[in-house]
Design a protein around this ligand. Structure first.
Ligand code: ATP
Ligand code: MG
Length: 262
């Protein structure tokens, strides 16, 4: 049984390898799936976290995301950060201002491992205060396993792709602001990369459409020196996007609401 999963993991890897060959010569295979990463994936299979491996969901700038099945056929998203990421400098800046990660070693590898842990912890904190995020399941090295958001094998669309079809954009916007406020006031966190790209839409595009915040690795605690600046940027992005659909958004008032002063 597990042999089959191993073969599937390897098949997925070689597909990526072929797809990216023309662009950056073998870079993907070397970077994402170095031997220790594969070994870590195999360990997660052996421990029962992964029971079947699916295809690639996304090949992003910093990470690859795969579909998989876990215990009791539960859909999973496996996010694997690249050890050699282009955004390494930014990662360091976000991490070092966060007291939870003040004492980390500065090698590329350890920064990426801490980053993965940070995304896991931020997801936990968000979930604890009632913000809808993918439930974090386990993290190891540069691998984060979380709940898959979608139906069957179809991942939920990004807000960017379906925002113009929302039946009630104003209510959806309200929930996004409510989540941002909960993160700030109850979890002492700022997402710091909030936009229509990092919000998934669960439950279709009708009135039951609900936001799910994802990609929260760069989220910082309120004691980070740039936390307020990041919050303003997040609110600005959200307002800019929803204004297109006629939603009334006064940035200063929204900021006050998020901070709990209104
Ligand atoms: N838990 C999940 N369930 C379903 N789909 C997911 C999940 N997590 C991520 N995805 C999909 O993978 C994409 C990339 O994930 P994410 O934004 O976390 O990574 P990223 O490194 O920022 O990638 P990019 O550079 O493309 O933004 C998302 O836009 C979404 O489509
Ligand atoms: Mg993203």
């Amino acid at each position: 049984m597990t042999d089959k999963i191993f073969r599937k993991i390897e098949a997925e890897i070689s597909k990526l390898h072929i797809r990216d060959q023309g662009v950056e010569d073998f870079k993907v295979e070397e970077d994402v799936f170095d031997k220790p990463t594969l070994e870590a994936l195999y360990r997660l299979v052996n421990k029962g976290f992964i029971t079947a491996m699916g295809g690639s969901i996304s090949t992003g700038k910093e990470a690859n995301v795969f579909y998989a099945l876990g215990e009791a056929e539960r859909g999973l998203a496996i996010k694997i950060y690249r050890i050699t990421t282009s955004n390494f400098k930014a990662m360091t800046d976000y991490l070092l201002g966060d007291p939870r990660f003040a004492n980390i070693r500065h090698s590329k590898k350890s920064i990426v491992f801490e980053w993965t842990k940070k995304e896991f912890k931020n997801l936990m904190r968000a979930q604890e205060v009632g913000v809808r995020v993918p439930e974090p399941i386990v993290s190891e090295r540069n691998i984060l396993i979380m709940e898959f958001i979608g139906k069957g094998e179809m991942h939920a669309p990004r807000l960017k792709d379906v925002g113009d079809q929302l039946e009630d954009p104003a209510s959806f916007f309200e929930i996004v602001i409510d989540y941002t406020a909960k993160l700030y006031q109850k979890a002492s966190l700022v997402h710091a990369d909030l936009s229509e790209f990092n919000i998934l839409v669960e439950g279709g595009d009708g009135t039951d459409a609900m936001p799910v915040f994802i990609d929260i690795g760069q989220g910082v605690t309120l004691d980070h020196p740039n936390a307020e600046e990041f919050l303003k940027r997040d609110v600005h992005n959200i307002c800019r996007y929803f204004k297109k659909f006629g939603v009334n958004c006064e940035e200063e008032a929204i900021l006050e609401r998020v901070r709990g002063k209104a």
